[in-house]
Design a protein around this ligand. Structure first.
Ligand code: MG
Length: 381
């Protein structure tokens, strides 16, 4: 290799030196990061967002996603997505879209891997129960809980509480927590918008897949959804007759590809039409990462179908009631008998509301651990 080539490679060995070549002007560049609450020296060659991603992956809250419910809890088999595999699918779709749009993939990956970290056991059923239990203390929301984890509850680092993530990752999560009530008046970065969109694309596709595989739905029922029907007809045209399993998987793959492509193309066009040339332009514009109106309507129809026919399915609701009762009774027993809390949550209860400390403890549990604790706390009492 001649010395000039070697010199060029050396100059591109850090993220900060690569980003100006790789990222669009409207992307979030790590050189412009607003840093961390507790200042730290920069790493020699990892970007601040790579470090955020690694801190998230190495956190205990992230590992626990492996045994937390996405939608299906209880005795419904083990084919379906867990909170962890959902998270990985979101990260995969979001990175693909980010690279195609020349956004900051490291930031997108950190945001995607973090996005569901605040979920309690038993999915949204668990979240609703914890919310009801803590109404007087301000309620419970998985997006706000993620911020508590990032800022207080993880204790792996001796030099600061939480994970000390960059302001950009925290701001993205803050946006999720505020949702439509966002008061900041400006739009989040495109990296945040891409992760939001990828979350919807991922769960539409995989919840249909899981529900079909579990027999909660029949493929013919999904034919009433125009988006599914269009994709299913493409698959049949291309491959002819497939067995049930291959057909379902082929449709689900196409469903992800079609939705992600619709988002990518419409977003790219919008960026060009509106002459978006900086992060400030992104913040001043309306939502940029979304498909054209017709594709958005079709996606919504699939979501509404899944809501009515899967999330409200009697087998899902039955498991949901069992899980909610278990969580509610554990909350009560622990609030009445705080001495039954283990060391760390008991310590937290002395500095915080008892109810909040109990909610933090319960929210941190995996489904499996929650059942073990339920046996210890309820069945033994
Ligand atoms: Mg999600």
């Amino acid at each position: 290799m001649n010395p000039i080539e070697q010199d060029q490679i050396d100059r591109l060995s850090t993220s900060a030196s690569r980003e100006p070549f790789l990222l669009a002007l409207y992307a979030t560049h790590s050189a412009n990061s607003q840093g961390r609450k507790h200042p730290e020296p920069e790493h020699a060659y990892r970007s601040p967002y790579q470090r955020d991603r690694d801190r998230i992956v190495h956190s205990s809250a992230f590992r626990r996603l492996a045994h937390k419910t996405q939608v299906f809890t209880g005795n419904l088999g083990d084919y379906h997505r867990t909170r962890l595999t959902h998270t990985l699918e979101v990260a995969s779709i979001a990175r693909t879209m980010a690279r195609a749009l020349r956004l900051n993939e490291d930031l997108v990956e950190a945001l995607a891997l973090a996005h569901d970290i605040g979920h309690p056991p038993f999915g949204h059923a668990g979240e609703q129960t914890l919310h009801e239990c803590t109404l007087e203390q301000g309620g419970f929301n998985h997006n706000r809980q993620a911020l508590r984890i990032f800022e207080h509850l993880e204790t792996s680092y001796p030099d600061f509480p939480g994970l000390n993530l960059t302001n950009e990752v925290l701001a993205g999560q803050q946006h999720r927590a505020e949702g439509k009530k966002s008061t900041s008046g400006s739009m989040p970065s495109l990296e945040v918008q891409v992760v939001d969109a990828s979350d919807n694309i991922a769960y539409n596709a995989h919840d249909a897949d899981d529900a079909l595989q579990m027999g909660l739905l029949q493929a013919e029922e999904l034919d009433e959804v125009p988006l599914w029907r269009a994709v299913a007809s493409d698959v049949t045209q291309r491959f002819g007759t497939l067995d049930e399993d291959q057909f379902r998987r082929a449709v689900v793959r196409q469903l992800i590809n079609r939705q992600a492509t619709a988002h990518f193309l419409a977003t790219k066009q919008r960026i060009a039409d509106q002459q978006i040339e900086s992060l400030d332009d992104v913040r001043d514009a309306a939502l940029l990462v979304k498909p054209e109106e017709d594709a958005a309507k079709k996606q919504k129809e699939l979501e509404s179908f899944l809501f009515a026919r899967v999330y409200r399915h009697s087998r899902v609701l039955e498991q949901r009631d069992i899980a909610q009762n278990a969580l509610r009774s554990m909350f009560q027993v622990l609030c009445d008998n705080p001495e039954k809390l283990p060391g760390k949550p008991r310590e937290l209860a002395q500095h915080d509301d008892l109810e909040r400390a109990v909610a933090d403890y319960l929210a941190g549990m995996t489904d499996r651990f929650a059942w073990d604790e339920h046996a210890r706390l309820i069945k033994s009492s």
